[in-house]
Design a protein around this ligand. Structure first.
Ligand code: SF4
Length: 301
């Protein structure tokens, strides 16, 4: 297992457990299902709770996050960790529910990591958050939901019911226009066409419209790629790489502290690491070399 991730907007991927089941059209060509059921030979982990299990990953896998945190602290630059690529943190399944408190404990103990938790089940977020989530959310957790078409646009409403220092929408795989999506309460949109041999075509008009909507609403916009046979193909939009990141609540783009009432209080060293992350991201608009190395990296389990 490598420490790099194929997900271009994160530095690492962490799967606290493995297994899921399809919930909407965006899941049709789920690479995780293919990986778990066919490559890992674990078909018993993909399907409904009544007949299928979820499997917690190894202690060594969980400890990698602790190591990433230590490295980020030593370097003084926070790192982004995507959770989870082979599961859904907010799935209502007994095996997930049993492991989730330990996952929150890990997240609590790794303040130098910016955890990006993406779900297709945002209606469960509120009931599955830890008791000390607070009125603005934990400083190191970004919450996101996938919205592939207007058919599932209500996921944004569920997401916005929950406080978070960053709320984001993954418009990937883009399967239809999101022209009528309300971006109120959203801080970041990742937009991308489907990738893989059976990819469904995306119109770049959808990306253009979303980019404009984000600009009008003050939302950071990240264009991952066009629809294509493989990941990281067609990463240019209108001849440029457009990959912006949000600044988490409590950190301004210049690295100074924001102090909205009740915002999470950050240890000065953690705040400095967040600020360094934000500064690196702000200067990262043309990081072709980094994206190329990501594309060659191995995916974390
Ligand atoms: S929710 Fe995510 S991991 Fe689960 S089947 Fe759908 S795309 Fe795959």
């Amino acid at each position: 297992m490598g420490d790099h991730t194929a997900i271009s907007w994160a530095h690492h991927t962490m799967n606290p457990w493995v297994g899921c089941m399809k919930v909407s059209d965006g899941c049709k060509h789920c690479y995780a299902e293919e990986m778990v059921t066919r490559l890992m030979k674990k078909p018993h982990l993909w399907g409904p709770a009544a007949t299928h299990r979820r499997e917690r990953t190894s202690v060594a896998n969980w400890q990698r996050a602790v190591r990433w945190n230590a490295e980020a602290e030593r370097r003084g630059v926070a790192r982004r960790v995507f959770a989870a690529s082979l599961a859904d943190v907010f799935e209502d399944h007994p095996d997930c529910n049993a492991a989730r408190p330990d996952f929150w404990d890990l997240v609590r103990r790794t303040p130098y990591l910016q955890w990006q938790i993406l779900t297709k089940r945002p209606e469960h977020i509120r009931e599955m958050l830890p008791n000390d989530w607070g009125t603005h959310g934990w400083a190191n957790v970004w919450l996101g939901t996938s919205i592939e078409s207007m058919d599932v646009a209500s996921r944004a409403d569920h997401l916005c019911e929950v406080p978070a220092v960053v709320r984001f929408v993954s418009y990937e795989p883009a399967l239809g226009p999101l022209d009528d999506l309300d971006l109120g309460g959203i801080d970041w949109v990742i937009c991308g066409g489907e990738s893989g041999p059976k990819y469904r075509a995306m119109s770049l008009d959808w990306a253009h419209t979303m980019r404009r909507k984000c600009a009008e609403a003050g939302v950071a916009f990240f264009f991952k790629q066009s629809s294509a046979p493989r990941t990281e193909m067609g990463i240019m939009l209108d001849g440029e790489i457009v990959r912006a990141y949000p600044a988490p609540l409590s950190i301004n783009w210049d690295g100074s502290a924001q102090s909205p009432s009740g915002a999470p209080t950050l240890d000065p060293a953690v705040r400095a690491a967040y600020a360094a992350r934000v500064a690196e991201d702000a200067n990262d608009a043309n990081a072709t070399a980094r994206f190329a190395s990501i594309a060659q990296g191995t995916m974390d389990l």
